[in-house]
Design a protein around this ligand. Structure first.
Ligand code: M6R
Length: 610
């Protein structure tokens, strides 16, 4: 939930830390800080409540620490409100640290340290780790870190400076992500590789309980027994440009516009001779043909992609699919086991609940398949089978291009499964694949033709207190995503409902001028959805209808107040285009209400705590 960085090298450390933190602000943005060894080898810390720009202003006002070794942090508060004092870095007398994650047993550790006469400045679990490191410090940083790690429960990625060792920083992680970057004569730590792409593409993935020492001599790694280890040097294939705004006012709109390419990049390598082919991911027809039950587990937008997957897999492959929220799945006794497939969908690959769900599914003997965007993330590494969505870095907190590429993978996988189960012929499968290949163009068409209309309609939503999204089947799955998108960036309450369910209670909420966004893309049930629209309209709702052009042509005068028409595509694939106006409506409503759509309040991009 936070972003951490660290640097050792010849550059101005404060500048490197701040610049790297700008790429991690998506992980948290309620306070920020840096600590750098100054020329007298003292640790100088500057931190503040607020966004990174507030830290930059403070550094300008107070002078930035001058040095070449340091650590930095951007925070999403878990323990203790956002405040100057709760901001990271935190210190003990001889140790300063930054932390991403949650220390579950911090209260008992704090009580222990208080009983030893220690006092605390902040409410954070992080300060407890700093004080514990200081308390246990024996002159040997590696032994001290190892000793402290044995006492910690929970998740953490830590960047650590010891006052006695001003030429180096230490890094360690358990559950929370951390990479170590290297370039000529300099090294870095970061929660995510995008933070250091401007300096290097070469990096190591730190594994659980490994400790890295970064100094002028380069990077050394030890395992949990403090034995030296060699690690594989990786090369990031995401470039800097992909992590920059490239002329767009916000990452969210940039990423909406990147969707045609993201879908194309994701599907093309997985198509061979016109059929789906996941052999590079270790998935063959033989391997998947016997699964009798599928459970899809994920959170938020990724779970909504799973909902689309349920309809499509059940429809084409005739395999029952259960979709579960990861935080629910992990704390019950789910019925999955040998012979079942559990699919985990996650952009970050680090979502704590999704990771725990994956581990539970494996423990119960189910085969696991991860659909993940972040390369080398925990979920990607731990699943039995893996398909990467090739969306590139998604920076805006609201998922757009990651969601749409999740859909693309889910579709291709459903086609493959249907083929494996002999529920579709090769010819039919080829027809579906070729329809999917036309979707990037269709997405672009929708962006080009609907953006202005969505911008205009968003002005009608600005003062709404509450909205409803309705649809049936795939359109319902999509309504869930549309509703989440709107509420997370505009802060307007909204709910999604299966259209046919409205009259079982929720329709009582409809009052004059309440906006209802209806999605109707599935021909056989369009008349059903239209009658639900008529029901809300006759009770005063303002209806915004997202539908196919064919549906729009047949619409009676006055049924909807605004109609957003989508081009004709394969009906099963309609969510891929229909989500675009819902994203645009959310984006423009957010902007028109004066919000920052990239950094919605109270949220963080990567939810590495439960
Ligand atoms: O990284 P993940 O895909 O596992 O994240 C899951 C959700 O937190 C995420 O999809 C969230 O709902 C989005 N920010 C919504 O736009």
């Amino acid at each position: 939930m936070c972003g951490i960085v660290g640097y050792v090298g010849a550059r101005d450390c404060s500048d490197v830390l701040v610049s790297a933190l700008t790429k991690l602000e998506y992980r948290g943005y309620d306070s920020a800080g840096i600590a750098v060894f100054d020329e007298d080898n003292n640790i100088k810390t500057v931190k503040t409540k607020g966004k990174l720009k507030d830290l930059v202003e403070k550094l300008e006002r107070e002078g930035k620490p001058d040095g070449h070794v340091g650590i930095g942090h951007t925070r999403w508060a878990t323990h203790g409100e956002p405040s100057d004092v709760n901001s990271h870095p935190h210190s003990g007398a001889r140790v300063t640290i930054v932390h991403n994650g949650i220390i579950e047993n911090y209260i008992e550790l704090k009580e222990f340290l208080i009983s030893k006469g220690r006092t605390f400045l902040s409410d954070t679990d992080t300060e407890v780790v700093a004080q514990l490191l200081d308390y246990k410090y024996n002159g040997n940083p590696l032994e001290t870190i190892d000793d402290v790690m044995a006492e910690l429960r929970g998740s953490f990625a830590l960047g650590i400076m010891f006052k006695d060792f001003p030429d180096r920083i230490y890094a360690v992680r358990r559950e929370s992500p951390l990479i170590v970057g290297v370039a000529d004569g300099e090294c870095f730590i970061a929660s995510d590789v995008t933070a250091i792409l401007q300096y290097t593409r070469k990096y190591y993935l730190l594994d659980h309980d490994e400790i890295a020492t970064l100094s002028g001599d380069g990077v050394q790694f030890v395992d949990e027994h403090l034995d030296p280890i060699e690690k594989e040097l990786k090369t990031a294939d995401w470039d800097m440009e992909a992590a920059e705004k490239g002329g767009y006012p916000h990452f969210m709109i940039k990423e909406i516009n990147e969707q045609p390419d993201a879908v194309k990049t994701t599907i093309i390598p997985r198509i061979k001779d016109g059929l789906p082919c996941f052999e590079e991911c270790g998935i063959t027809l033989e391997k998947i043909k016997d699964f009798k039950n599928i459970t899809i587990v994920a959170c938020g937008s990724a779970m909504h992609a799973g909902m689309v997957g349920k309809y499509v897999i059940e429809d084409l492959a005739r395999v029952p699919v259960n979709v579960d929220i990861a935080s629910e799945f992990r704390y019950r006794n789910p019925i999955v086991g040998e012979g079942d497939l559990v699919i985990i969908i996650s952009q970050s690959g680090e979502t704590a609940d999704s990771l725990a769900a994956l581990r539970l599914a494996k423990k119960k003997g189910a085969a696991t398949l991860a659909i993940v965007n972040a390369k080398g993330s925990s979920i990607a590494r731990e699943a039995d089978m893996l398909i990467y969505t090739l969306a590139g870095p998604e920076i805006a907190v609201a998922s757009t291009k990651a969601y749409i590429t999740q859909l693309a993978v889910v579709y291709l996988f459903a086609f493959e499964l249907a083929l494996a189960k002999e529920k579709v012929s090769a010819a039919e499968c080829k027809r579906l694949v070729s329809a999917l290949m036309r979707m990037p163009e269709a997405i672009k068409y929708v962006i080009d033709n609907c953006e202005e209309k969505c911008k205009y309609i968003s002005t009608k939503l600005l003062t709404a207190d509450s909205l409803l999204y309705i649809g049936r089947r795939l359109d319902y799955a999509l309504s869930m995503e549309g509703s989440l998108k709107l509420k997370e960036v505009s802060y307007i309450h909204s709910e999604s409902y299966a259209a046919g369910e409205l009259k079982h209670g929720t329709i009582s909420l409809i009052e004059d001028c309440m906006p209802v966004i209806a999605v109707a893309t599935q021909t056989d049930i369009i008349p059903k959805t239209i009658s639900n629209i008529v029901e809300v309209k006759s009770r005063g709702a303002k209806v915004i209808l997202v539908c196919t052009d064919a549906c729009a042509r047949e619409l009676k005068e006055g049924v909807a107040d605004y109609v957003i028409e989508l081009p004709h595509t394969e009906e099963l694939l309609m969510p891929i285009t229909a989500v675009v106006p819902l994203q645009l409506l959310a984006y423009y409503t957010s902007v028109n209400r004066g919000n920052d759509p990239d950094k919605p309040r109270n949220l963080a991009k990567s939810v590495t705590v439960e």
